[in-house]
Design a protein around this ligand. Structure first.
Ligand SMILES: Cc1cc2nc3c(=O)[nH]c(=O)nc-3n(C[C@H](O)[C@H](O)[C@H](O)COP(=O)(O)OP(=O)(O)OC[C@H]3O[C@@H](n4cnc5c(N)ncnc54)[C@H](O)[C@@H]3O)c2cc1C
Length: 275
């Protein structure tokens, strides 16, 4: 944590200036690539009130109205939207925004199987490299790239069928930018229960997401060093490698994605009927 962040108002301002000078022009193209430092990383400073959205907005618009600036402002807009939701729905972190999700058949958390699946997710040992890389980045630094937050949250709620509130709580405990509005709305958006939620049938495939957004595998190599020697072709599906790593080096997959996807879609269909 200490190595990754320096708290304080002065650092927040410096970070903003560096972002506007060095990364903003690449923001639109590269903001979805977790191996590249292309986003502002201002979220912890915003969460602690060390810089305000108005200061950021004003500094960014001072750089003109390029497509890159517009995209960055749009992301700040998501934060405002989340706060607007929280203002009107104070229990956003506890209750489904869409009540039809109240009957959703989440996996019971009583059994050992569910407990060990959640633990594998928390520790970055699911056997899916992009998910594990994200969960380990979170544990080491208190931050996770936005694209990987979406993948990791989709994996918990859809592949593992675990209630989004369990993931929300873990992020709340571990994120250095933990924010009551953005965290709750981010989780509800991914789970499908939120306002303007991702369509229920969108179940991220962690292998394809990894191949698309971490094509060379550099992000996985950084956070899952036991896979560092795998070529880009198999780093997102180590079980397909010529010499797969033994399970005591890197864990076997906790679920089969195709079967898990079918199970999730079945569960979501029950919600659709109620809606
Ligand atoms: C499941 C999930 C949980 C999340 N939990 C949090 C959280 O607890 N705290 C938090 O600040 N963000 C959260 N986000 C949103 C987003 O991931 C982070 O704001 C972003 O990764 C922060 O990095 P950055 O400052 O480099 O972002 P940049 O890309 O540089 O964006 C600039 C600012 O815009 C805001 N922003 C960007 N994307 C989003 C978004 N999708 N939703 C709301 N605001 C956004 C943030 O304030 C961010 O600092 C969550 C997203 C998901 C999918």
């Amino acid at each position: 944590m200490r190595a990754a962040w320096s708290p304080g108002e002065a650092t927040a301002r410096t970070r903003l200036r560096h972002f506007l000078d060095d990364a903003l022009s690449r923001y639109r193209q590269e903001r979805d690539l977790p191996a590249i430092d292309a986003t502002s990383r201002l979220s912890p400073h915003l969460a602690f009130g060390e810089i305000s959205p108005r200061q950021i907005w004003s500094a960014a618009t001072g750089r003109g109205h390029s497509a890159a600036v517009e995209k960055f402002l749009a992301e700040l807009g998501w934060r405002e939207f989340s706060y607007n939701l929280l203002f009107h729905f104070g229990d956003l972190a506890q209750r489904n925004f869409r009540p039809e999700f109240d009957t959703f058949p989440w996996m019971s958390q009583d059994g050992e199987e569910a407990a060990s699946a959640v633990e594998a997710w928390r520790r970055g040992r699911t056997g899916f490299p992009i998910v594990d890389a994200g969960m380990r980045e979170l544990w080491s630094t208190g931050w996770m790239h936005n694209r990987v937050r979406m993948i990791a949250a989709s994996f918990l709620t859809k592949d593992l069928l675990v209630d989004w509130r369990i993931g929300e709580r873990w992020f709340w405990d571990t994120l250095v930018d933990a924010d009551p509005a953005s965290n709750a709305s981010g989780w509800q958006w991914v789970a499908g229960s939120g306002a303007d939620a991702a369509p229920y049938f969108r179940v991220f495939n962690p292998v394809l997401q990894g191949e698309k957004f971490d094509p060379a595998g550099d992000y996985v190599r950084r956070w899952v060093p036991e896979l560092a020697n795998l070529p880009a072709k198999t780093i997102h599906q180590p079980w397909a490698a010529a010499q797969p790593p033994p399970p005591d080096v890197y864990p076997a997959r906790v679920v089969d994605h195709a079967a898990a996807r079918a199970r999730a879609l079945g569960a979501f269909r029950t919600v659709k009927k109620v809606a």
